[in-house]
Design a protein around this ligand. Structure first.
Ligand SMILES: Cc1cc2nc3c(=O)[nH]c(=O)nc-3n(C[C@H](O)[C@H](O)[C@H](O)COP(=O)(O)OP(=O)(O)OC[C@H]3O[C@@H](n4cnc5c(N)ncnc54)[C@H](O)[C@@H]3O)c2cc1C
Length: 402
């Protein structure tokens, strides 16, 4: 059977990293991905904060594909025909499939307002922000960064860059948030913690206004004011990718509707996982990596079971697919850029050095098996202390391929 994976995201990683198990049954696996590295979002803010290196927080998909015998097509997918069963890439290649697994994450809303801004989705685009931070660290003049969106992603990036010793006094950061508070889905105590911590480092917070146009260095805001920024980070949340919503059943935000087996409603040969999916019975779930990661093993088992069943001439129903269920609670830990972190689960918000230690333990345990090089934490005890001097920047993005 032809197994096609579109997007090498957090959810499809277990499938890709174990693709060799599909070969004895004669299945061939192909990955279409617009980037040859998967950026691990849990550690990316701390990469921007100088705690981790690029090689620590990105997974070499090309190397995994080579090891596992997966054909790698390094292009964005732009069209899906679920009736004729093929996916088309940006160069016009059509890749047919018997079983399709889609894990392309989400897109930022309203990107048309800021065509030159650095987007947080897909996350590899944030590499452009790292390059800018490096310029700031080695440059002479103070530069400015506008972060559009005061949700968890924008806030954690702001916390980390504002704490970086090489950026202090060189980078002025402003967060623009249309609501009246940062991280509005968090408990009040967590919102206060984030705002106080950012203000204490000189980060400017603009509430109740949104960016209606960002062009060059100029941002026009809905309250009639304007702002100048050398770089804009577009951290405006998530919507589904339109090329999928055009052809598959989707909700109002463009997220593809799936059942608990992760099969797309009405398209049993197509699985969708991670941020791109909205799973029946779990519509209110936040679009966070915790859920994508938990879907990974289910996606791996179900793709294999369906490919096996179809290969043996059985029906989809005979494949015996398992059902995914989210964690009853999914805690989020936001690193502060210093020696502590904020831990939030439901209405509980706590902070302390223990939360950062817990975050480091969980993040490193997850990513380490996928890395092709020994991570920096296995070589250094104090990562931030090791990143001293502008020429020893951890923002270096030219990591060895394998
Ligand atoms: C700054 C930041 C920090 C975050 N921190 C956390 C955190 O601490 N904890 C947490 O739980 N969540 C966090 N998140 C959310 C988390 O990043 C997402 O929920 C998670 O990445 C979703 O994983 P996924 O499997 O859906 O897809 P992703 O991991 O986003 O991967 C999708 C992949 O598909 C590729 N792709 C996209 N479009 C196409 C296309 N058309 N064709 C081919 N390939 C394509 C992308 O390049 C990408 O590699 C954070 C998000 C941001 C922006």
């Amino acid at each position: 059977m032809r197994v096609l994976v579109v997007g090498g995201g957090h959810a499809s990683l277990p499938l890709l990293a174990n693709a060799r198990e599909l070969r004895p049954s004669g299945h061939g696996v192909t990955l279409i991905s617009d980037c040859d590295r998967l950026w691990y979002s849990g550690m990316t803010p701390e990469y921007l904060g100088g705690v981790y290196t690029h090689a620590d927080v990105t997974i070499d998909l090309g190397a995994i594909c080579e090891r596992e015998g997966v054909r790698f097509v390094p292009e964005p997918a732009v069209h899906l025909d679920p009736e004729a069963r093929f996916v088309e890439t940006a160069s016009g290649s059509r890749l047919p499939y018997d079983v399709l697994a889609v894990d392309v994450g989400a897109a930022n809303p309203a990107t048309g307002r800021a065509p030159e801004a650095v987007r947080t989705k897909p996350l590899h685009r944030i590499g452009a922000l790292a390059a800018f931070l490096h310029e700031v660290a080695v440059g002479e003049s103070e530069r400015t960064l506008a972060i559009v969106g005061g949700g968890a992603a924008g806030v954690e990036v702001a916390l980390n860059v504002s704490a970086h010793p090489q950026l202090r006094g060189r980078l002025a950061v402003t967060i623009i948030e249309p609501g009246e508070a940062l991280v509005s889905g968090f408990p009040p105590r967590a919102r206060r913690w984030a705002a106080d911590r950012l203000r204490s480092r000189g980060v400017a917070l603009r509430f109740g206004t949104e960016v209606i146009r960002a062009e060059g260095h100029h941002l026009d805001l809905s309250d009639g004011s304007s702002l100048l920024a050398d770089r804009v980070l577009w951290a405006t949340g998530s919507v589904g990718q339109s090329w999928l919503a055009e052809v598959l059943p989707a909700d109002a935000q463009g997220f593809v509707r799936a059942g608990e087996t992760l099969q797309v409603s009405g398209h049993p040969h197509v699985f969708v996982a991670g941020d791109a999916a909205v799973v029946e019975g779990h519509e209110g779930l936040a679009r966070v990596g915790v859920h994508a990661v938990k879907q990974g093993p289910t996606l791996r088992r179900n793709v294999r079971a369906l490919a096996d069943a179809l290969g043996e001439g059985k029906t989809v129903e005979a494949a015996g697919l398992e059902r995914w269920a989210p964690y009853p609670a999914a805690p989020l830990i936001l690193s502060s850029g210093e020696r502590d972190a904020l831990f939030v689960v439901g209405s509980l918000a706590l902070h302390g050095a223990w939360a950062l230690a817990l975050k480091h333990r969980v993040d490193r345990a997850w990513i380490e098996p996928y890395l092709s090089h020994p991570p920096s934490w296995s070589r250094r005890t104090d990562l931030r202390a090791a990143a001293q001097g502008p020429t020893d920047s951890t923002w270096e993005t030219t990591a060895p391929r394998r």
